[in-house]
Write a protein of this length. Structure first.
Length: 224
């Protein structure tokens, strides 16, 4: 199994140039300072306070450059750790906020949470936005899993791919009830090109920060 979309680059030319420039100026300043001190008039010595002040300023800049290098190393190390952890998601089943799920082996699943008892209408659409399945029924308050067997309302088997779900709920009093949904699928790859790793679940893309749960793919259970 391969990790897709692994790429990344960073530019340090500006930092290297600044460091080289500062270092060169610092060495030049020390050479000038040494030469002037060696050739100063004993009866009219040079003002060393100004040299000392500049020396302190250059030392401060040098320390700042070293601090920046240290912080950059820490940031890079943290990014490497995050990327390594993301690779560990490959082959596992993840659940994340969203409405899309992957139909594979005639099964697609969505987790949902409904705060109150309501009559719910479920619509499942394909990648082109066409409604391929509709179901209505009553639901009690709580959390559950909606499992679709990949067949439309006429019993025709749909092609594997990414499908989205919408759930409209109305309470017995006729008020709209909000239902939150989460998509579930097996991670097949990781994309590192963005600001954070993105998990690839079929044709779906899930941000690592949006993952709610992770389980071994072999431990998946079906529900309805």
């Amino acid at each position: 199994m391969t990790v897709s979309g692994v790429s990344g680059s960073s530019s340090t030319s500006g930092t290297a140039l600044d460091r080289a420039t500062i270092a060169g100026n610092f060495d030049t300043f020390l050479q000038l300072l040494t030469t002037q001190l060696q050739n100063q008039n004993p009866l009219d010595p040079l003002d060393t306070n100004q040299f000392t002040q500049q020396l302190v300023e250059f030392s401060g800049v040098e320390q700042q450059l070293k601090t920046n290098d240290f912080l950059s190393s820490l940031v890079q190390a943290n990014a490497n750790t995050t990327n390594s952890n993301a690779v560990g998601y490959i082959g596992k089943t993840v659940t994340a906020d969203g409405v899309r799920a992957e139909l594979a082996n005639n099964k697609a699943q969505w987790n949902f949470t409904i705060p109150d008892q309501a009559n719910v209408t479920v619509n499942i659409k394909d990648a082109n936005g066409n409604t391929v399945y509709t179901e209505s029924g009553g639901m009690q308050a709580g959390s559950g899993i909606f499992t679709w067997d990949g067949k439309d309302n006429q019993g025709n088997v749909q092609s594997p791919g990414t499908y989205s779900i919408s759930m409209q709920a109305v309470s017995p009093e006729g008020k709209s009830v909000n239902i939150s949904t989460q998509s579930t699928g097996v991670v097949t790859g990781v994309d590192f090109t963005g600001t954070e790793p993105v998990l690839l679940v079929g044709n779906s893309r899930l941000n690592l920060s949006g993952v709610l749960s992770v389980v071994q793919a072999s431990s998946d259970t079906s529900g309805s």
